[in-house]
Ligand binder design. Structure first.
Ligand SMILES: Cc1ncc(COP(=O)(O)O)c(C=O)c1O
Length: 402
């Protein structure tokens, strides 16, 4: 970390470039050893001012719709730069498809009906733009996912994500597969490669016949590839097995978001006040509900460090330290609580708190509830210098409300 952390405006998300590069090197190792192509999922990690670095390692971006696709295309590159722009949405509107045509390399549909609706547009585009050919895919629901809680499980009962084996069968009978070159599934979340190993038999059981007709498969995200205990060699061997079993597959894609932004930066906030109610409660200028929503949704408890009177105390918050506080945000939501933490020395107003691993699924989900200011964005560059990239003000709030 920097020596003068007080020079960083609070609150601020700070990406550490060398940690991002560390992740990218691990991902690249998987690409080199397996031949798979890795795309960054912008839904989890859209910190585009770091994409100069990301593009040195990854094959492109994957998007949830037109805005992410545009951002990926503009900042990471498209087919002109030999990068992929892959898109999946549960349902597209016609105007979105029209905007995607010039930039997407892969469009993945969630139903045969949506595919058929836009097939004429895509066929016409492909017929008239030989250098902008779009590959079309379908998202599968293999009826198997180990993800908990249910809110994150794409194969939960009545899931709207992916085509079930039964619906796939009906779709084939009605429309065939002519024009479909790839299949996609996304059934993982923060998982190791053993989960993929247990998932693939379900894909094979329901979809093997169709897979043998495809040019590519996309294994989705949720592969926690850059986590310390991730079994890289199992992932590489599973990809090898897929290639052997389906020699027709030219490309195997993985599209992690979290594994790209994993543990490569923090959200820094400041203690604004300390009150008492059956214990001490510190009110910060960062909010669980506005800036760290997974703390409430998952729920998830971030690790933290604190900076007090110029002294940085790393890895605080363990339960047996003597000074205990509830850390909460500045909004009116009663449950805007980040968690209960214990420190080795008392917290003081003006102390800085560094919530670790806050670069993925945070900035992309930020909101301005209560008009709470959005945290700035900054980067600690490889040379150790801090660079402030973006600040937000009242007008960003006003613009979104009228
Ligand atoms: C279709 C799809 N692809 C990729 C991802 C990225 O997953 P993760 O950030 O967990 O790797 C997600 C996350 O929800 C997703 O829905």
């Amino acid at each position: 970390m920097l020596t003068d952390l007080y020079s960083i405006p609070s609150p601020c998300y700070v990406l550490e470039e060398n940690k991002l590069e560390h992740n990218l090197k691990i991902l690249d190792q998987v690409q080199q050893k397996s031949g798979a192509k890795i795309l960054v999922a912008l839904k989890g990690f859209a910190f585009w001012q770091s994409f100069g670095l990301v593009s040195q390692y990854l094959h492109g971006s994957t998007a949830s719709g037109i805005y992410e696709a545009r951002l990926g295309y503009e900042t990471l590159g498209g087919r002109e730069q030999a990068k992929e722009v892959c898109v999946f949405s549960p349902a597209y509107k016609k105007e979105e498809i029209l905007e995607l045509l010039p930039i997407a390399t892969h469009i993945i549909f969630n139903s045969f009906h949506q595919w058929q609706t836009f097939k004429p547009l895509i066929d016409e585009h492909n017929a008239t733009h030989s250098n902008q050919h779009i590959q079309v895919g379908l998202r599968l629901n293999p009826l198997y996912s180990e993800v908990t809680p249910e809110i994150y499980n794409p194969c939960a009962p009545k899931s709207r994500l992916g085509i079930t084996p039964q619906a796939f069968q009906q779709g084939i009978e009605q429309y065939g597969l002519d024009g479909i070159s790839g299949l996609h599934f996304h059934t993982h979340c923060e998982q190791n490669s053993d989960a993929l190993e247990r998932t693939l038999p379900h894909i094979f059981k329901h979809f093997s016949n169709y897979l043998s007709q495809m040019k590519w498969i996309n294994l989705g995200g949720g592969h926690h590839i850059t986590r310390k205990d991730y079994d890289l060699s199992l992932l590489i061997s599973l990809i090898g097995m897929l290639k052997e079993r389906f020699p027709n597959l030219d490309d195997i894609f993985l599209e992690p978001g979290e594994a790209v932004g994993w543990q490569c930066g923090y959200l820094m906030g400041e203690v604004i006040d300390i009150i008492e109610n059956e214990g001490k409660i510190a009110i910060l200028d960062v909010s669980a509900t506005a800036h760290m929503p997974d703390c409430l949704e998952m729920p998830y408890r971030p690790n933290l460090s604190k900076l007090s009177k110029g002294i940085l105390e790393a890895d605080q918050g363990e339960n047996n330290a003597p000074f205990r506080y509830r850390l909460g945000g500045p909004t009116c939501l009663s449950g805007d609580v980040i968690g209960d933490y214990s420190f080795h020395s008392p917290l003081e107003i003006g102390d800085r708190i560094f919530f670790e691993d806050m670069i993925h699924y945070t900035i992309v989900k930020n909101n301005t509830f209560n008009g709470v200011p959005l945290p700035s964005l900054g980067m600690i560059q490889k040379n150790g210098d801090f660079k402030l990239l973006k600040t937000f003000n009242y007008h960003h709030y006003k613009d979104r409300n009228g």
